[in-house]
Design a protein around this ligand. Structure first.
Ligand code: SAM
Length: 264
């Protein structure tokens, strides 16, 4: 990682985006003057960092589908780093954009639904020959100990419909191996799909059920497996009181990286 970030380091107190972005930066070849497309940019992790590193001879276009996130990013930016632009755009439909030296996306791949391969193809099309794509996401294996506990409880309680939905949800999650396959099929070279474990700390009960990382996006998926939300609440309260059975909770930070060939 470049040690010269001064004004726009990754936020120290973000315990999810920052560790994923650190893994992304570990694999990204980042230099002054590069033109970068950062997708699923949220409120600017790692777009601000990237913009500071490419400097005024470079350019960063950071896109997000959420107008609220784009507004938040622009408010943080003010008139700084004028070679960085935040735009409200769907990363799954980019034919109108120019091409870039790098395409990055921190915590992005899980939002490539419904056709993740086509979404990755669209990003590769936006790369210049010789350019690099680097994406991160929590890969299959993330919080496995929790999912095993949930599955066991569903079996014990005879929740067969809920369990079938839950299994569909688990099976739909992308793996590092699947990601590697996409980049290989798109003829990228020097393909890497590397996972770095990240422990997420939690306490029992309310702390678990309302944990900002777990509730948004992970636990919500379990609630969605239930038609009866009061049953879901009772089920999840029981799980939350049994965290010793499934902690440590380990996420897998997967980094996908590949380079577009110089001669197509
Ligand atoms: C988990 S956040 C990651 C944000 C940021 N990169 C970070 O690391 O903090 C995922 C972002 O993807 C955005 N997103 C979801 N679907 C998208 C799409 N189809 N096109 C562009 N952005 C999308 C969401 O609005 C959200 O801001």
């Amino acid at each position: 990682m470049n040690r010269h970030a001064k004004r726009w380091p990754l936020p120290k107190h973000d315990y999810w985006s920052t560790p994923f972005a650190e893994s992304l930066l570990q694999h990204l070849d980042l230099r002054p003057g590069l033109r970068i497309l950062d997708v699923a940019s949220g409120h600017g992790i790692p777009a601000f960092y990237l913009a500071e590193q490419v400097g005024p001879t470079g350019e960063v276009l950071a896109i997000d589908i959420s107008a609220g996130q784009v507004a938040r990013a622009r408010a943080i930016q003010g008139s700084q780093l004028p070679w960085l632009r935040f735009d409200c755009t769907d990363m799954r439909a980019l034919p109108h954009l120019p091409t870039f030296d790098r395409v990055t996306g921190n915590l992005s791949v899980m939002f490539f639904r419904p056709n993740r391969f086509e979404a990755v193809r669209g990003l590769v099309e936006r790369l210049n020959p010789g350019g690099q794509l680097v994406l991160t996401f929590p890969s299959l294996g993330t919080f496995d100990s929790l999912w095993q506990r949930v599955d066991q409880a569903m079996i014990q309680q005879g929740l067969s419909n809920e369990r079938a939905r839950f299994q569909d949800y688990l099976n739909e999650r992308p793996s590092a191996q699947e990601g590697r396959g996409w980049l290989g099929a798109l003829d990228l070279e020097r393909v890497e799909a590397i996972e770095y474990p990240l422990e997420v700390e939690t306490g029992p009960g309310h702390e678990f059920l309302h944990h900002p990382l777990l509730r948004g996006g992970f636990l919500d998926d379990v609630y969605e497996c239930f038609e009866d939300q009061s049953l879901a609440d009772r089920f999840m309260i029981e799980i939350s009181e049994d965290i010793a059975q499934f902690t440590s909770l380990i996420a897998q930070r997967c980094v996908l990286s590949g380079w577009k060939r110089t001669s197509a």
